[in-house]
Ligand binder design. Structure first.
Ligand code: MLT
Length: 411
C-alpha cells in the first residue's frame, strides 16, 4: 500500500486563498446581482507593459523559425536575462553579482518552497507571525514540525511576532536558529525595514552560522529613499543570505510566471561531519536535476522589463498600483480605521474596526460592502484582529470599494 506523507494532515484547513475563493463563490452564487470587488489575493490587473508584450510575441515567433528556434535552455536561466537584471537592478544598489549566482525560475512561490530541499530537516527555522503562508506550510509539509497547537503555532518552528509594537520588525530570537525567513517589503503588513534593522539580522546570522531567506518580491514598490531593495545592500549579507525576487508583482507576471533566486558564491552551510559546503553548488545541483528552466518566451519577456522602454512602462504600472494604495490608505484612515503599509508596498494592513475578528470582518465586508480582502488571522495567529487589502485592483474598483467602506464605517 502506498503510504501518504502524513505531515500534510497537520495542515490547517485549505490554503488561505482557495478558502477565500470558496467563500466568495458561495456568496456570489447566493447573490448573483452583487458587484463584488476583489482586493484579496495580491493578483495584478493591469495588462503587460507594451514593450514586454512585444518581446513576448517576438520570442513566440522565434520558436516558429529554424534559425531562432530555442529548445532546452540553461536550467539556471539564460545569461542574457541574469546579466540585465544584475546590471539594471543590482548594480545601481552597489551590489555586484555574477550570473553564476543567479537562478531564473518559474516563480518565487516555488522557489521559497523548493529551497528547503537542500537543507537538513533538523535545522531550527524562524518565521514571522503573521507571514506569507507558504513559508510555514512548506516546513510543515516536509516534516520539520510537530502538530499545531490550539492557536495555530506548529511545534518546532520559532515564531517571530510582527506587530505594531515592534514596528513590524521582529526581535532577534532568544534561542539559536539556523534559518530565518524575512520578507521586506513585507507581505502581509506592507511595512519595510531600514538598513539598520536588516543589519541587526545579518549580524545575528553571521554570528550564529544561520542563513536568511530574504523574500524581496515587492522591492520594486519601495518609494521611501534609503530603504534597502536588496539584503545585499547590507554589509556581510552575501555570507549569510539567499534572496528571492519575482516578476509577478513588479511586471504583472502572475500569469506568466518568472522569478529568481540569488545564491552568493561565498554562502556556505555545514555538512553532517562539520565541513563547510557551498550552498550555490548545492542549489545548482538541485536546479539542474529537478528543473528545465523557465520558458524561452517568458525569459525574453522578463528581459524586456529592463529595456529602457520596458522599464519606463513598468514603472508607470507600479505607480498606478501605488496610487491605489494611497487611495485605500487615506480613505480608510479618514473613516477612522487604523492602517499600516501602503507606502512602500502594495498592501494595506488595517486593524479591524470594533475589535472584530478577522473572519467576522471578512464576512461583514463581503456581505455589506461586497468587497473581498484577506483576513489577517489567515497569515498567522498574530494577524488576528487585522485585515489585508491589496492595491492591485482597477482604479474605479478601488475607489468604489473605499467609498463603500467609508459609507459603512465612516462617521
Ligand atoms: C498574496 O496575495 O499574498 C500573494 O499574491 C500570494 C502569492 O504571491 O503567492
Amino acid at each position: 500500500m502506498a503510504r501518504i506523507n502524513d505531515h500534510y494532515l497537520k495542515l490547517k484547513a485549505g490554503y488561505l486563498f482557495p478558502e477565500i475563493g470558496r467563500r466568495v463563490s458561495e456568496f456570489t452564487k447566493a447573490n448573483p446581482q452583487a458587484k463584488v470587488i476583489r482586493l484579496g489575493i495580491g493578483d495584478v490587473t493591469r495588462p503587460l507593459a507594451p514593450a514586454v508584450l512585444n518581446a513576448f510575441h517576438q520570442a513566440i515567433d522565434d520558436l516558429g523559425t529554424t534559425e531562432n528556434f530555442a529548445g532546452y535552455g540553461p536550467e539556471q536561466g539564460y545569461d542574457w536575462l541574469s546579466q540585465i537584471i544584475i546590471d539594471k537592478s543590482y548594480k545601481p544598489l552597489g551590489v555586484n553579482l555574477t550570473t553564476d549566482e543567479m537562478f531564473i525560475s518559474d516563480g518565487s512561490k516555488c522557489d521559497c518552497a523548493n529551497i528547503l530541499d537542500i537543507f537538513a530537516i533538523d535545522n531550527v527555522v524562524a518565521i514571522g507571525d503573521p507571514v506569507y503562508p507558504v513559508y510555514n506550510d512548506t516546513n510543515v509539509m516536509i516534516g520539520r514540525t510537530g502538530e499545531a497547537d490550539e492557536k495555530g503555532y506548529y511545534k518546532g518552528i520559532v515564531y517571530m511576532p510582527f506587530t505594531a509594537e515592534n514596528n513590524f520588525v521582529p526581535d532577534l530570537p532568544k534561542e539559536k536558529v539556523d534559518i530565518i525567513y524575512l520578507c521586506y517589503p513585507n507581505n502581509p503588513t506592507g511595512t519595510v525595514a531600514t538598513r539598520d534593522e536588516l543589519k541587526k539580522w545579518v549580524d545575528y546570522a553571521r554570528a550564529n552560522d544561520a542563513i536568511i531567506f530574504f523574500d524581496a518580491a515587492y522591492e520594486a514598490f519601495i518609494t521611501t529613499p534609503g530603504i534597502p531593495h536588496s539584503i545585499y545592500e547590507v554589509e556581510g549579507a552575501k555570507e549569510c543570505a539567499i534572496e528571492f525576487r519575482s516578476f509577478s508583482k513588479t511586471a504583472g507576471f502572475t500569469g506568466v510566471r518568472c522569478g529568481l533566486v540569488v545564491v552568493p558564491e561565498q554562502l556556505t552551510g555545514t555538512t553532517a561531519t562539520g565541513e563547510k559546503y557551498s550552498i550555490n553548488k548545492l542549489w545548482k545541483r538541485r536546479v539542474t536535476t529537478k528543473f528545465n528552466g523557465a520558458s524561452y518566451p517568458v525569459q525574453r519577456a522578463a528581459a524586456a522589463v529592463y529595456s529602457d522602454e520596458g522599464w519606463t512602462q513598468t514603472c508607470e504600472i507600479i505607480d498606478y498600483y501605488m496610487e491605489n494604495a494611497r487611495i485605500i490608505r487615506e480613505g480608510l484612515t479618514a473613516a477612522g480605521i487604523e492602517c499600516y503599509g501602503g507606502v512602500d508596498a502594495p498592501y494595506i494592513w488595517l486593524k479591524t474596526p470594533e475589535k472584530m475578528t478577522s473572519w467576522d470582518f471578512f464576512d461583514k465586508l463581503l456581505n455589506e460592502c461586497h468587497v473581498v480582502g484577506t483576513p489577517g488571522s489567515g497569515f498567522g495567529p498574530s494577524g488576528e484582529g487585522y485585515f489585508r487589502l491589496s492595491a492591485f485592483g482597477e482604479r474605479t474598483n478601488v475607489e468604489t470599494a473605499v467609498q463603500r467602506i467609508r459609507d459603512t464605517w465612516g462617521s
